[in-house]
Design a protein around this ligand. Structure first.
Ligand code: AMP
Length: 415
């Protein structure tokens, strides 16, 4: 199926082609027609499936079909969980709108940076607002923005919105919106919090699913390399150099580890940068821009980078520290193999984290063969079964960790 058959305006098709979109992804094929018809849509899709264009293209078309209003009234609101995603969705929407005869004004707002330029940008109003919930409410409180004319609402990565504890803010925002509006909700998972939101807010939604996701995941090659914790940075450096990785996203457990590993790699001559929540927004944006432009080869990140950010053609993801849960694992490795391309996900597994990795495998229903790299063969023995999951620095075992350890011990004894 081609984009032409979806009922989109030629100006939007041209912009999609400019961005290199030849054929629509599954979520685009399924979501665009009902959104154009004005239906509410509930989409099961995560970043990487092409969901931004799936809502942005029909949303822009519907706005373009409405008569222009003077003064400008905010008509579409896109709520996102992170600053990076706000910037990314803003960039995508502006790109997709560029050939429209009457271009809508698209504003982006997120916290962590001065509010003044964002207030200035809203002078004269905006047609579309892409924002994180907290900053949006700040702008409303300062009367820089009114939500009473919003006719389209998008909740992007709705599960993440709740994950990050935005429930109260979201409630306040929903109360400020007109009851009659089109709702588009996209989420990778549908926990109870989202179910209730769906029931309370969505009107007879069309359910769409990104069936391509499964194949996309299948194109990610997963590898597990056994190594002692103290040798991981050296191994990482060796892999980067010997495997010719041009760009690698490395996940660590703590902000501190991210700085240490990045520093060591830089000392060894690898262009590496840390990426975590304590960096200023300016620095975070800079690191991602340098990464995208290949000025930085390795980004050493906390789970802050596990969702939302999209670096086109990210070939390799490394779990230097294992994530705490199987869900986080899926999000992390999903940073590679984007939009149908193949990717590689490498996990470092030590004696202390072996049981935890086995649980991650079990949740995914697969087994990743353990490998060893010559010169980095592990010598450490597994800790006693009651020592928690280990390997995750700076964290005492939580209740969940203890449950995991107990499950792992039970699984081991039944083998
Ligand atoms: P998203 O899930 O919206 O974050 O999109 C993931 C990536 O896929 C982005 O880099 C998009 O630019 C890209 N993309 C979106 N739609 C298409 C398409 N139809 N064909 C190829 N790439 C696409």
């Amino acid at each position: 199926m081609s984009f032409e058959t979806l009922g989109l305006d030629p100006a939007l098709l041209r912009a999609a082609a400019d961005r290199g979109y030849a054929t629509p992804t599954a979520i685009q094929r399924e979501a665009i027609p009902p959104i154009l018809q004005g239906r509410d849509v509930l989409g099961a899709a995560r970043t990487g499936s092409g969901k931004t264009a799936a809502f942005a293209l029909p949303l822009l078309q519907r706005l373009a079909q409405q008569a222009p209003q003077a003064p400008r009234v905010l008509r579409a609101l896109v709520l996102v969980p992170t600053r990076e995603l706000a910037a990314q969705v803003g960039e995508a929407m502006r790109g997709l709108a560029q050939h429209l005869p009457v271009r809508p004004k698209i504003a982006v707002a997120f916290g962590g940076v001065s509010i003044n330029p964002q207030m200035m940008a809203l002078r004269g109003g905006a047609d579309v607002m892409i924002a994180t919930p907290g900053r949006l409410l700040d702008l409303v409180d300062r009367r820089a923005l009114r939500l009473s004319g919003v006719s389209m609402l998008v909740l992007d990565e709705a599960d993440r919105l709740f994950d990050l504890g935005f429930a109260d803010e979201l409630g306040r925002i929903l109360a400020l919106l007109p009851a009659r509006r089109q709702n588009l909700l996209f989420s990778a998972t549908f926990p109870q919090t989202i179910q209730s939101l769906v029931e309370a807010q969505l009107h007879d939604p069309v359910h769409v699913e990104s069936t391509e996701e499964k194949t996309a995941e299948a194109t990610i090659l997963q590898r597990a390399i056994e190594v002692d914790p103290a040798r991981r940075t050296q191994l990482l450096r060796e892999l980067i150099e010997k495997s010719g990785w041009s760009r690698v996203l490395v996940f660590v457990a703590t902000k501190h580890a991210s700085e240490i590993v990045a520093g060591k790699l830089r000392k060894a001559g690898v262009e590496a940068e840390a990426f975590h929540g304590l960096l200023s927004q300016r620095k975070r944006t800079q690191v991602l821009a340098d990464f995208k432009a290949s000025r930085v080869k390795a980004v050493i990140a906390t789970d802050l980078a596990a969702r939302g950010i999209d670096v086109v053609q990210l070939p390799v993801v490394v779990n230097y520290d294992l994530p705490r849960s199987a869900v986080d694992y899926v999000h992390r490795i999903g940073r590679t193999g984007r939009a149908g391309q193949s990717g590689l996900a490498v996990s470092f597994v030590g004696a202390a984290t072996e049981a935890h990795f086995r649980l991650i495998e079990k949740r995914q229903g697969l087994t990743v063969p353990r490998e060893r790299v010559a010169g980095f063969e592990p010598v450490e023995a597994a800790p006693p079964a009651d020592a928690g999951t280990g390997g995750i620095k700076g964290k005492r075992p939580s209740k969940k960790d203890k449950l995991r350890a107990a499950a792992a011990a039970a699984a081991a004894s039944s083998r």
